[in-house]
Design a protein around this ligand. Sequence first.
Ligand code: PEP
Length: 244
Amino acid sequence: MTTRTRIAAGNWKMNGTAADLAEVEAIAATGARTSEVVTLLCLPATLIDRARGYGVSLGGQTLHAATSGAHTGDISGQMLVDAGATYVIVGHSERRTDHGESDADICAQAEAAWAAGLTAVICIGETEAQYRAGETLDVLRGQIEGSVPQGATPGNTVIAYEPVWAIGTGLTPEVPEIQSVHAEVRAALGAHVHGGETLSVLYGGSVKAANAVGIFALDDVDGGLVGGASLKAADFVPVIEALA
Ligand code: PEP
């Protein structure tokens, strides 16, 4: 029997204003009914403080490795905590691509998250070209070695495996392939960090109600990191329920 934390995490990306707090409230109401699952919403920074009090866990989408200083437009772990976050995503492929964040940057961000008291949700995943070239496992092992700090524990770190080619495309790997990659990710985590095989490993990439049950039933999948289907309660609630 697994004791790994099961997490339904939504990544709202650059979406959402105060008008969408009604969706947060509706999602949180379901989350409260499914106490064996952590329901987490990684909101735009502008919404985190305003989403407090609904009973859902809150997260940021990135943070700067420094605690404060001359970093225009950035946000620190302490600021996220101050706003009410307990988690933060680091290393999302959109950050790796759009902002040139390296494994070393992500490793430093994860350590900064821990220092602030946040749980880091560290994203890894191969591109379509890497997938087609059969390089998936090599890429993931490299990202684990480079971006997961020593000292990662189930209390401070969650891993999200997100094939880049599955994010926002409606495409997913076949279900058995997701299981086999997650098993390899878990083994690589165990080889890299003492106890690493006990970390929660989420799958991300075009998760929706129609595929969530099959994906979440897999032995080495502990939940999902969900983009598009987390924005509306009507879409995200069935995903949370699929994990419960
Ligand atoms: C994501 O952004 O992490 C993601 C998985 O997006 P989507 O669910 O829309 O593919």
